[in-house]
Design a protein around this ligand. Structure first.
Ligand SMILES: NC(=O)c1ccc[n+]([C@@H]2O[C@H](COP(=O)([O-])OP(=O)(O)OC[C@H]3O[C@@H](n4cnc5c(N)ncnc54)[C@H](OP(=O)(O)O)[C@@H]3O)[C@@H](O)[C@H]2O)c1
Length: 314
């Protein structure tokens, strides 16, 4: 079997991608690659200024593709609905299809905070906001036979979601242990992608679903966590150990790019293997055991529908 490399991905001219949190880190690097290959990338960002800076950097890089910035705050379900409505109308006006949605944006750690609708912030942003987005964009994804890529994490191995998990465990975890809640949110990402895959197959839907993880990559995620937790003084130390611990954000984007490649089948899980998954080439992995139990996946799916107050339309 040939090894997948960045060169394996075809030209993307005429294809449209949405990447959440595409103004920095892994999402920005995935966007850079796709624009370089001629794709059109919608940068779905919560801060329009940061989004415009990213767009300018991407489109001045010599690629033949294009990028546009649209406002999306995953921690506010009204913003998710408005984003999906605006994008769907624009796609129709332009006669374009939505070929893929990359659920990439994420927050890690920090103090106990809540989304606009009152859900714990990490689960609310990383999982609930993305599920609401997939649901709202479902007609566009369906008519394009599009792909949903969900960015999980090696932290999902520490998730403790089970068939006994309650609604409150997700939206109001107590006592609050931010690391455990992050792990649960990334486990929920993996479970959602797996369950979505099973359901599209069962429904005979043309949509496909792939999960991935970026290893341990140098992005804003860790420094922001330290600052949010009042440990900003540790950031210089983090920078010092950067070459030992972290791979680049560009390397961290490779699993996303492989997940987008049509040669990667629906239901796959892509990520590096080396150093317990911290770095390396994007490979097709066995799903971590915390993401592989269909009963847990189905239970979390139903809890998610209950919290969002609407069925996920597969
Ligand atoms: N870096 C790693 O080693 C690593 C490891 C495992 C998994 N991951 C996952 O990889 C994904 C990308 O993270 P990253 O490492 O590239 O970190 P990053 O550079 O901090 O990027 C995260 C992105 O998410 C955006 N975001 C946060 N909250 C949002 C919200 N409410 N609505 C919309 N966008 C929001 C951020 O926007 P702002 O810039 O405005 O804050 C930023 O663009 C995340 O899902 C993360 O959990 C990363």
């Amino acid at each position: 079997m040939t090894t997948w490399t960045a060169r394996s991905l075809a030209e993307q001219t005429g294809r449209t991608f949405v990447i959440t949190g595409a103004n920095s880190g892994v999402g920005l690097e995935a966007a850079r690659d796709l624009v370089g290959r001629g794709g059109h990338v919608v940068l779905a960002v919560r801060d329009l200024d940061k989004g415009e800076q990213a767009r300018a950097a991407l489109t001045s890089g010599g690629g033949t593709g294009s990028a546009e910035v649209r406002q999306l705050d995953l921690a506010d379900l009204d913003s998710v609905a408005a984003f999906a409505k605006g994008l769907t109308e624009k796609l129709e006006t332009d006669g374009k299809l939505l070929n893929a949605l990359v659920c990439n944006a994420g927050v890690m750690g920090g103090p106990l905070l809540y989304t606009t609708q009152g859900f714990e912030r990490q689960v609310g942003t990383n999982h609930l906001g993305h599920v609401a987005l997939v649901s709202a964009l479902w007609p566009a994804l369906h008519s394009a036979a599009g792909r949903v890529v969900v960015v999980s994490s090696i932290a999902s191995r520490g998730g403790r979601l089970s068939t006994s998990t309650t609604r409150n465990d997700l939206v109001a975890p107590s006592p609050y242990a931010s690391g455990k809640v992050y792990a649960n949110s990334k486990q929920a990402n993996l479970l959602f992608a797996q369950e979505l895959h099973r359901r599209v197959v069962e429904a005979g839907s043309p949509v496909s679903a792939v999960a991935c993880h970026p290893g341990v990559s140098w992005t804003n995620l860790f420094a922001r966590q330290l600052r949010d937790e009042g440990k900003g003084w540790l950031v210089p130390a983090l920078t010092l150990i950067r070459p030992i611990v972290f791979q680049s954000a560009g390397a961290g984007a490779q699993p996303t790019l492989r997940a987008l490649d049509p040669s990667t089948p629906s239901g796959a899980f892509v990520g590096p293997k080396f150093l317990n998954g911290a770095r390396g080439r994007p490979e097709i992995l066995d799903v971590f055991s915390t993401g592989a139990d269909p009963d847990v996946a189905q239970h979390v799916w139903q809890l998610t529908e209950d919290i969002l107050g609407t069925p996920i339309p597969v």
